[in-house]
Design a protein around this ligand. Structure first.
Ligand code: SF4
Length: 421
């Protein structure tokens, strides 16, 4: 097929910029699957360059897409090396796209260029809403700015229109996503636009909760904490991207902060809202990380008592500054794996303690699924979809997915809760 595929009737433009690949290997699997669809009667598969790891790009041919000037796409060119065990979730998502394409509503579809089809890739009562793309920061370990480019915010009317579209399809919780949500609006001339747009999104008819993901600790300001802890419909949930707690490691990562500053920030959030949820990710095994650095991280984790913690082992990403660091300061894979294991254990213990602290608390649970026998699966305000724990709701009345139910926490298991409606 020719590359000008965006104009051919059987071409598919598949956008997966926020698909939560857990690892490079899963990403490769998913991309190979997309390639395989090309050769299984689905027509050419086209995907945004942002979904293609740099080291796989030589296998794709970039083509400009009319109507989407900021994007370039790659076309799967060959069928070699197809996966034996494709990522199941991605297969389901892609099948949903190709089997039931839905036109974008007016105002969201580009006015010209190829017809853009769109379908919610997953059902359910929560959905991501992308508020911006790209990143102007330059963290030493991260390749995102090199392929997503500068930070670009979507305009509020576009977000509100998409929120209404999602709500009309049954979405009750919006998860605002971007590479850096605290920067939302800075390219539109308003550094505090998130504070304005959050209450507006929360007013969307049918939407019960709005949640923000990915806040840069360096950019969190008092006014934002205030809006996120006092606006009806906006959950007091702080997804703070700390990445480490040792000042020297953070400087080498070209990031802000240290243990004291991060502790103060968490305290500030909890002063505004004691029950606020706080989550963060951390990288261990960054080049040059010492025993003292690890002690700082351990101390921070035990002091901050976060609700959800992700621990990741450092690995070189092509095109990043950290990949060019001297081999002498890089740790071998076995040592990084050992540090990941050690801190994953610490993280589990901290999360379990924090969940146990919530016993007796009143929580608002968004029901996602009936489990039978008066039990329902859902998430309290401090639990984001997919990445955090969940809450099992015990109810003596029938509930439906999408119900927002007040309940009292009676038990915890790891980061998960059991609550009585
Ligand atoms: S880690 Fe986040 S803030 Fe840093 S460069 Fe990557 S996307 Fe930007």
């Amino acid at each position: 097929m020719e590359a000008g595929v965006s104009r051919t009737p059987d071409a598919r433009l598949i956008g997966l910029p926020d698909f939560p690949f857990q690892s490079r290997y899963e990403e490769i699997d998913g991309l190979r699957l997309i390639a395989s669809l090309t050769f299984e009667g689905y027509g050419p598969s086209i995907l945004p360059a942002t979904a293609i790891p740099r080291f796989l790009r030589p296998q794709f041919r970039p083509v400009p897409v009319v109507g989407l000037p900021r994007r370039r796409v790659g076309v799967a060119q060959r069928s070699r090396g197809l996966p034996s065990a494709p990522t199941r979730a991605l297969l389901e998502l892609l099948e949903a796209v190709v089997s039931d394409p839905t036109d974008l509503p007016d105002g969201l579809a580009p006015a010209s260029g190829p017809q853009v089809i769109r379908r919610r890739l997953a059902g359910g009562v929560t959905a991501p809403l992308k508020i911006a793309s790209g990143c102007d920061r330059r963290c030493a370990f991260c390749a995102i700015p090199s392929f997503r480019g500068a930070f670009v915010s979507r305009r509020p009317p576009e977000l509100l229109a998409e929120a209404q579209w999602l709500a009309a399809s049954g979405v009750r919780e919006l998860l605002l996503v971007s590479e850096n949500s605290t920067s939302y609006g800075k390219d539109l001339g308003d550094l505090r636009l998130l504070e304005t747009v959050l209450p507006e999104l929360a007013k969307t008819e049918g939407v019960a909760r709005v949640r923000v993901s990915y806040l840069q600790p360096a950019e969190v300001r008092p006014g934002l904490i205030d809006v996120m802890t006092s606006t009806p419909g906006v959950v007091p949930y702080f997804d703070l991207s700390f990445q480490h707690a040792s000042g020297p490691v953070l400087r080498r990562m070209r990031r802000f902060g240290d243990r004291e500053r991060f502790t103060r920030l968490v305290e500030q959030v909890r002063q505004a809202c004691p029950e606020a949820g706080v989550r963060s990710n951390f990288i261990v095994g960054f080049p040059g990380e010492t025993a003292d650095d690890l002690r700082e991280l351990e101390l921070f984790l035990s002091e901050a008592r976060l609700d959800a913690i992700g621990i990741f082992g450092y690995s070189d990403e092509d095109g990043t500054e950290a990949a060019t660091f001297a081999d002498e300061i890089k740790l071998d894979e076995a040592e990084i794996a050992r540090r990941v294991d050690e801190f994953a254990d610490i993280a589990e213990e901290v999360m379990a303690q924090r969940a146990a602290d919530r016993i007796g608390e009143t929580v608002e649970v968004l029901v996602e699924e009936a489990l039978g026998d008066g039990r329902y699966e859902g998430r309290a305000a401090h639990q984001a979809p997919d990445v955090d724990g969940s809450t099992t709701l015990l109810a003596d009345r029938p509930l439906a997915p999408g119900d927002l139910v007040t309940a009292r926490v009676v038990e915890s298991a790891g980061a998960d809760l059991v609550a009585q409606a």
